[in-house]
Design a protein. Structure first.
Ligand SMILES: [Zn+2]
Ligand SMILES: [Zn+2]
Length: 253
């Protein structure tokens, strides 16, 4: 029902966050970063290749930042990383009509960037959180894309005479008409009462299909049996088993 109608979920995750103690610098209070000794602060290492070619690569000592934390000056909270994992609760809005295996993106709720690439591609912003959806089955509804299916049992007398039956829908119970002469397997379609089609045009909904299952009484008392035997005679049923003779005299004349 949550997937069909949409919902809001609270989920707990353990993302990488910027260290609150050092504010991401990775340094103890009052400590300062020093120029990287390996690359002399350029953040790039130049390698000479045979033939006079040069190859530039990111300095792996400072991760391209050009500076490094002096030994013993690392922030104790994050071990000099500038970031650490922290449990947090995120509110996720799940739109109506999602299906199993889909994912919902929550902007900015992913990992914070590591200090070494803060100044490069991520611009210091946290990444996004992707929530994978697994959808449980429903006891009364079966789903196929935006369409939903439900099976309801009706007595054989309702099936023969016509009538009505109450069925659950996504928006509560509704009563549907059963036409006279219904047989098991007949389907009544409630148009556009299915699930929002997230892959189709916005606002379009699937159908709600009610499968009718005609039930026959399992045990008959003498009175019910008599009525049914009379009915069998009246509609010319020659194959029904007869146990009583009283009925034939009343209907054959
Ligand atoms: Zn360096
Ligand atoms: Zn820290």
């Amino acid at each position: 029902m949550d997937a069909a109608l949409g919902c809001v979920k609270q989920i707990t995750i353990n993302p990488v966050v910027t260290c609150k103690q050092c504010k991401g610098t990775g340094l103890k209070q009052n400590a300062k970063r020093t120029t990287c000794s390996r690359c002399s602060g350029s953040g790039v290492r130049i390698q000479m290749l045979p033939g006079g070619f040069q190859m530039a690569s990111t300095c792996d000592t400072c991760g391209g930042t050009g500076s490094q934390a002096p030994r013993g000056s690392e922030c104790p909270r994050c071990d000099g990383e500038g970031v650490h994992n922290e449990e947090k609760t995120v509110t996720v809005h799940i739109p109506a009509g999602v299906s199993d295996g889909m994912r919902v993106r929550v902007a900015g709720e992913g990992d914070a960037p590591r200090q070494s690439n803060t100044k490069s591609r991520s611009n210091g912003k946290s990444g996004d959180l992707f929530v994978h959806l697994r959808i449980q089955s429903h006891p009364a509804f079966r789903r196929k894309g935006p369409d939903i299916y439900h099976t309801v049992s009706i007595p054989m007398t309702t099936a023969a005479l016509g009538g009505s039956v109450t069925v659950p829908t996504l928006e509560g119970n509704t009563t549907i008409k059963i036409p006279a002469g219904t047989v098991s397997g007949d389907v009544i379609t409630l148009s556009k009462q299915g699930i929002v089609d997230v892959e189709g045009r916005s606002g379009t909904k699937g159908d709600y299909l009610v499968n009718l299952k005609v039930t026959t009484p399992k045990s008959l008392g003498p009175y019910e049996r008599n009525l049914l035997e009379q009915l069998a005679a009246a509609i010319g049923d020659t194959t029904a088993r007869r146990t009583q003779t009283v009925s034939s005299s009343t209907t054959s004349r």
